[in-house]
Design a protein around this ligand. Structure first.
Ligand SMILES: [Fe+2]
Ligand SMILES: [Fe+2]
Length: 291
């Protein structure tokens, strides 16, 4: 892992781009990399990682389509940071996904599915609708990120050190830019009605695609096929996971409230704590693997 951010002393609400590389740390990744070699959790995490690169490319395109119309200089700076951060997330998740593909996960097929789905959306939806989908999915990533940053149990579930560190870095930056797509959507005149309606579609789509791809991924795994009881136990554990807790679900559904804004949940303190933990006082990525 390497990082060379110019300065760690960034204002609380800023969206800095930090070039990081996880390649070398993923060489020893085992097939079932989640804690306790949990088969189901490993497949769920692999599915989520597979969705990110092409999904985040779509987020970037949605925001860039209206970038020239944003006059507010602060929001323009935030958009620049958002594009930088999402591009970097895509790059590092592609590295992880290539490694997962070598281990037999269907990351390539999932990437193709996401590319086709987003191309379909861009063909038939207007700019505001694409931004509404992006803002809704950004609330998903912000909710997952806050769970990861606040709950040690959630972090422990990830298992492999490099995957955990990659997701912690990603979670920190998702929290830093959680309001950017939302603010852009509002700036171009996106309505509350469309925002909430798109979130319902996103709920349906996310639930279906995550569970279907996890089932396909599990069906392709010879160990999962040989050990159905291990898979069933994994499903049971998944239901008790912090990512599926009532707290996370309530947070997700706050988005449906009229007048909701992502910064209603003040995460400035949480961001400050994790910036210091992950990037230290000199702005260099701390070697968390050793801690
Ligand atoms: Fe991201
Ligand atoms: Fe994001």
């Amino acid at each position: 892992m390497s990082e060379n951010t110019p300065s760690a002393q960034v204002p609380t609400r800023s969206v800095p781009t930090r070039p990081v590389e996880f390649d070398a740390w993923l060489d020893d990744l085992p097939k079932h990399f989640a804690a306790d070699s949990d088969i189901v959790r490993s497949h769920v995490l692999a599915v989520l990682s597979s969705v990110f690169p092409d999904g985040e490319d779509y987020f970037v395109r949605s925001v860039e389509a209206v970038r020239d119309r944003i006059e507010d200089p602060l929001l323009r700076r935030h958009v620049e940071g958002f594009v930088g951060q999402e591009s970097m997330h895509g790059r590092e998740h592609r590295v992880l996904n290539e490694r997962l593909a070598e281990l037999g996960y269907p990351t390539g097929a999932i990437g193709t599915y996401v590319r086709r789905l987003t191309a379909f959306r861009e063909r038939f939806q207007n700019e505001k609708a694409n931004l509404a989908v992006t803002a809704a999915l950004e609330h998903y990533t912000a909710t997952l990120a806050e769970t990861l940053l606040t709950d040690p149990e959630a972090r422990a579930e990830i298992g492999h050190d490099a995957v955990r560190d990659l997701l912690m870095w990603h979670a920190l930056e998702e929290s830093e830019h959680k309001a950017v797509a939302f603010d852009v959507y509002k700036k171009v005149g996106g309505t509350e009605r469309m925002r909430v309606a798109m979130m319902w579609l996103v709920h349906l789509n996310f639930l279906l695609e995550t569970s279907i791809w996890t089932m396909i991924s599990l069906a392709m795994d010879p160990v999962a096929r040989r050990h159905p009881l291990r898979v069933l136990r994994g499903v049971g554990r998944l239901r008790r996971s912090p990512f599926f807790s009532m707290r996370a679900v309530r947070q997700l559904f706050q988005y449906h409230r009229r007048g909701f804004h992502p910064n209603d949940r003040d995460t400035t303190e949480l961001i400050a704590v994790w910036r210091a933990k992950l990037f230290g006082p000199d702005g260099k990525l701390t070697d968390l693997l050793a801690s």
